[in-house]
Design a binder for this molecule. Structure first.
Ligand SMILES: [Zn+2]
Length: 372
């Protein structure tokens, strides 16, 4: 194997298997050499990826995406961009789809790019003071990009690059994406790890660790879990209870800090809305939650994945057990991020416009399908 591709696999697994950086199919990595770019295929997990999990693309063909005029209609535009992205594959017969963030990887001239959604970084990126604190903590040489997704995110970064290059004589090695995560690039994977370490250390000192203490799942909670499963037509229901949930389930007011998603990943894995109940006896909880589930279905056309019940814990509900577990993993990370944003003036969720865009975005629904 090409030693550079081996380094790409190694660094992908390194960050991919650390839940502080990547959860489920989130994040993506790439390597470029000559006219080619290797990028993680959509739906692959970085934790277990090998050489075959990357799609090889022709950068000369990818260039088209930066130059072409696409439809004004966002959903049509995303479909057109996707076609051009697929057309740039060197081996289309393998049937792999390049990551939705491929064009962004291609923009950066460094050979290695590692894009993740780290908990500590998102504590800053999903906070009210994201921009000012990023400048204060990491200086002017990092790039800060306001919330955007898909092609618009690519366009915004593309337009920011010439001024940056003129000023510094090179590409930004760290690009912070508000309500999303970070792109870190370098000549070597060692350089990238160095950057991640510096950023994480700086943030850890300010935020401090929040220890998760698991609370026992009592008989009543288990009974409620079974009732949820029965009442949703035998869906898999997974329950967890820990001190983290306590920050959010005491009141409607407390729940508000996790009622609107912060990042595209949360929408993809947990949906755009979550059920909360502050009732305390099982029959009342059940009545309340089932009514909310019905309303949710009318609104979104599918069932909710996340239910938070005061004093009981957090329930993940899905057709497959693994999907419920992943939803819980992503939602608990969301809770951590939300809790940490207190350090930076409180949470800054996604706008309704962005949420609607993600819900209707065919590329993301492909990711949802892979997990749903
Ligand atoms: Zn991302």
């Amino acid at each position: 194997m090409n030693t550079k591709l081996k380094s790409l696999v190694d660094i992908s697994r390194h960050y991919g298997s650390d839940p502080d950086y990547v959860i489920a199919g989130g994040g993506n990595t790439s390597y470029k050499e000559g006219h080619y770019l290797w990028v993680k295929a959509s739906g692959m997990a970085l934790a277990t990826i090998d050489e075959t999990g990357f799609v090889q693309l022709d950068r000369r063909k990818l260039k088209v995406i930066g130059e072409k005029r696409y439809s004004e209609d966002v959903q049509i535009r995303e479909a057109e961009v996707k076609e051009d992205l697929l057309a740039a594959r060197v081996n289309p017969e393998k049937g792999l789809r390049p990551s939705v963030e491929t064009s962004l990887h291609d923009l950066i001239e460094y050979p290695f790019v590692v894009h993740t959604h780290p908990t500590l970084i998102n504590a800053l990126m999903c906070s009210q003071q994201a921009e000012e604190k990023t400048k204060e903590l990491f200086g002017e040489e990092v790039l800060f990009v306001e919330p955007a997704a898909g092609y618009s995110l690519f366009k915004i970064v593309k337009e920011m690059l010439p001024a940056y290059r003129q000023r510094y004589g090179h590409d930004p090695q760290v690009i912070f994406l508000q309500n999303h995560g970070v792109f870190v690039s370098g000549m070597t994977t060692g350089e990238i790890m160095q950057h991640y370490e510096t950023i994480t250390e700086t943030l850890r000192k300010i935020i401090g660790p929040e220890e998760i203490r698991y609370l026992p799942i009592g008989e009543e909670t288990e009974q409620l879990r079974q009732e949820f499963s029965r009442n949703t037509g035998g869906k898999h229901v997974v329950v967890r209870h820990n001190n983290l949930h306590r920050h959010f389930y005491d009141s409607v007011q407390a729940f508000r800090a996790v009622s609107v998603p912060f990042t595209p990943d949360i929408v993809v894995y947990c949906g755009a809305e979550y059920i909360y109940s502050e009732k305390n006896r099982i029959p009342e909880i059940l009545g309340d939650v089932m009514q909310r589930i019905t309303q949710y279905k009318q609104r979104y056309g599918n069932a909710p994945r996340i239910v938070l019940v005061k004093d009981y814990g957090l329930f993940g509900i899905a057709e497959k057990e693994q999907v419920a577990v992943t939803a819980l993993d992503v939602f608990e990370d969301f809770m951590k991020v939300s809790y940490y944003t207190k350090t930076f003036g409180g949470p800054h969720p996604l706008t309704q416009e962005t949420i609607d865009f993600i819900l209707g975005w065919e590329v993301e629904s492909y990711r949802r399908k892979m997990y749903g």
